[in-house]
Design a protein around this ligand. Sequence first.
Ligand code: NAD
Ligand code: UFG
Length: 336
Amino acid sequence: MSILVTGGAGYIGSHTCIELLNAGYEIVVVDNFYNSKRESLNRIAELSGKEFTFYECDIRDAEGMDKIFKKEKIDAVIHFAGLKAVGESCQKPIEYYDNNIGGTLTLCDVMRNNGCKKIVFSSSATVYGSNNVSPLKETMQTGGTTNPYGTTKYMIEIILSDIYKSDNEWSICLLRYFNPIGAHKSGRIGEDPNGIPNNLMPFITQVAIGKRECLSVFGNDYDTPDGTGVRDYIHVVDLALGHVKALGRALSGNTLDVYNLGTGTGYSVLDVVNAFEKASGVKVNYKIVDRRPGDIATCYSDPTKAFEELGWKAERGIEEMCEDSWRWQSQNPNGY
Ligand code: NAD
Ligand code: UFG
């Protein structure tokens, strides 16, 4: 059983590759290294003790992708490749629509032409927009996204749903991730952002290692227990294991499914800072600043559906997420 993993050199993709190899799947990875390093592939091989095939290819390159499908017998695709920075997407909407939507359309066209119609897609809690009240359930309305990145995820969900409606030989699983943090237990793979991190945990770990002076906490006047934003942080290894379950479902039938992958528990920014300090023994210098435009007060999942239908639930708590993020950062102060 051979699984194509697009964006497999990236943060979530690399952790998922390991869990797929551990589960006995053969994998073929495609990445263009736009936001990742080749070294992550060496480490996937090292940690899993298994070989796999890799192609450096842009998923928008229809000819290149077609050659890969002709050469490898691909049974299903897990599709991570895309651009993911909310702020940058507001500056570069053309690049975001081109890469995320154009890339997905090209991929699906090549898949169809080669008779491969099973796909697991990286969606995001961002598709719920800002009007729903947490805990967020899959049945809630989506849309009302506030930035081009979020809109690409929303639009791709619609595109994939339309593809399924047109031809229900497809099997499509949309996974709405909440906030992935943490790293593989070994400290050998983890999140390696370029430049100044946008997300909370890589910023915290870079302050702790001394690469940045101070964490800016974006607002403490939200309607939350301590006034700072509340999110559903999920360990990246739990997220990776969710993909293995989702893949099993996609391979076993012809369905269109959507699942939240979160823990169901919300933590505030200050909760995360405190948990990190406890796990690492390092003090994190922070200051309260203005709210970040576009942020909402609270966002956490109801993960019941993934448990009932996939038999998946997140097992790793906030302490472990912080310990593992810190092990990765402290063992790899400059990333890969
Ligand atoms: P990442 O940037 O680490 O990984 C994405 C990978 O895709 C990178 O290795 C990049 O080089 C590759 N890539 C990008 N465009 C490509 C293209 N056109 N052709 C081939 N490869 C390409 O990001 P991640 O955090 O691992 O996220 C993976 C997916 O999950 C993305 O689609 C992202 O939008 C989605 N997601 C991430 C989060 C998060 O907080 N990390 C939350 C929700 C959804
Ligand atoms: N935060 C800070 N300081 C920082 C960074 C973040 O206080 O330097 C706060 C934010 O205001 C927010 C929380 O920490 O309250 C989490 O922020 P992140 O940027 O880590 O994550 P978001 O919830 O804003 O965004 C994430 C992903 C998006 C995805 C969204 C919804 O980065 O891709 O979840 O799923 F769209």
